[in-house]
Design a protein around this ligand. Structure first.
Ligand SMILES: [Zn+2]
Length: 437
């Protein structure tokens, strides 16, 4: 019998939080209460002053395997996830080749079953992410795939997207769109505006994102199929999705930490670490993305963890690939955006665990895809995927400590507030005192 007792933390449920102990035996929470007796030889985790909640769930992780193993592997990415407090990640399908068939999805699920955290897979919507012919979504759904996306690009053809939504609905799966009109955004490497003109860089206009958001809301209205909006970056995108949700349309949205932390002025030194897609936006957009965390326009925070080999990020700004690391700093950046010492722990876990688990259908364990249940209430009977987060910790991000194989983070050296202290996956303490066990 393997037992862990998490002592004296603020146990954060979906609606309330109370100080209690959490006893885990053989991968399952067996008791939550004050002054619990633990079996002899239980591992003790002191969580005094800390939040104890469901393990974090990332809807948007680029694990780069297959095809990009010099930047990240399923194994290294899962270590980065665990250090970041994540107990489950959704591997995005824009690998080389794309995850658009049974053999490749099975490969990633097999590798993922040996990883430190649960690895779910998003399948491609179209073959090769070419936006033309639908991938075999029914076959992939039969493997347990619940989320589908051509992320990296959006499905450009409205008729193809409509067909995909119509096809998805009876399968009980959810599509996730990277909203961007590729023609409008063509050749752009940062946000379009006065700054891009001054820097002599071609811009990607906010409208490139907003046009596809508006189109897809109409396609959801037409088909009744649920749709998840990936990494929304503008005020108008978020307002449109918020209004659609108020109408009762089955839409959900995620925002990424860099879009509520950094604005376009970070690109001024032509440092490609600040190049992402969608790009860092105007100050007003950043304020709106930050507000979406509390006004409910955003359902979830997702990292868009995008590792790249160092030699690629050293290229000139307009030639370097877009994307930055996300897993190891997302919890702290979200905590800061929620107001640090005044942050609401219930909202924190809603954004980083409960909503993403629901959107990715990871709430309950699924033996076919070998994952356990995530994002639940911290109560007896739930799978023991837990995180202990210290809201009073101050620490300095350092690229030397990254578990990711890549180093492309703009946060190197940055002072951060709040820190993941312990991560428990299926009852095992995989991270303790912020380092891998
Ligand atoms: Zn994307």
């Amino acid at each position: 019998m393997a037992a862990v007792i998490v002592r004296n933390g603020l146990v954060v449920g979906p609606e309330s939080a109370t100080v209690a102990d959490v006893l885990v035996v053989d991968g399952v929470i067996v008791a939550v209460g004050e002054g619990l007796d633990a079996p002899s030889r239980s591992r003790e985790v002191d969580a005094t002053g800390c939040w104890v909640g469901p393990g974090l769930v990332d809807l948007h992780t680029h694990l780069r395997e297959p095809g990009g193993e010099s930047a990240e592997t399923i194994e290294s990415g899962s270590r980065a996830a665990a250090v970041g407090g994540f107990t489950a990640v959704v591997a995005m399908p824009n690998t080389e080749p794309a995850l658009d068939n049974v053999a490749l999805v099975t490969y990633v699920l097999d590798q993922g079953s040996r990883a430190l955290v649960d690895v779910a897979v998003a399948g491609a919507i179209t073959l090769g992410r070419q936006g033309e012919r639908l991938a075999p979504m029914a076959e992939l759904a039969a493997l347990g795939v619940r989320l589908f996306s051509d992320d990296g690009t959006g499905v450009q053809d409205a008729a193809v997207m409509r067909r995909a939504l119509s096809y998805a609905r009876p399968l009980g799966i959810r599509l996730a769109q990277h909203c961007e009109d590729t023609n409008l955004a063509a050749g752009g490497s940062m946000n379009e505006g006065a700054l891009s003109s001054r820097l002599g860089l071609v811009g990607r206009p906010a409208a490139a994102e907003e046009i596809m958001v508006a189109r897809d809301i109409e396609l959801v209205r037409l088909t009744g199929a649920p749709l998840h909006f990936l990494h929304l970056s503008t005020a108008r995108s978020l307002a449109a999705v918020g209004a659609a949700r108020d109408e009762g349309l089955p839409v959900t949205a995620e925002v990424a930490p860099h879009h509520f932390t950094l604005d376009e002025s970070a690109c001024e030194n032509y440092d490609a670490h600040y190049k992402v897609n969608p790009p860092l936006r105007s100050r007003d957009d950043v304020a709106a993305v930050r507000a979406s965390l509390v006004n409910g326009w955003a359902d979830a925070v997702a990292t868009d963890h995008a590792p790249h080999a160092a030699e690629l990020k050293d290229l000139p700004f307009d030639e370097a690939p877009a994307g930055m690391l996300g897993l190891e700093h997302a919890a702290s950046l979200t905590f800061e955006a929620l107001g640090s010492s005044s942050a609401d722990p219930i909202r924190f876990f809603a954004l980083l665990s409960r909503s993403p688990a629901r959107i990715a259908s990871l709430r309950h364990g699924d033996a076919r895809v070998r994952h356990s249940g995530h994002g639940g209430a911290v109560v007896a009977g739930e799978d023991a995927n837990l995180v202990v987060f210290d809201p009073s910790a101050r620490w300095r991000a350092s690229r030397d400590r990254l578990q990711s194989l890549a180093y492309n983070t703009p946060y190197d050296g940055r002072e951060l507030e709040g820190r993941v202290r312990t991560t428990i996956v299926r009852g095992d303490v995989v991270v303790d005192e912020g380092v891998l066990a």
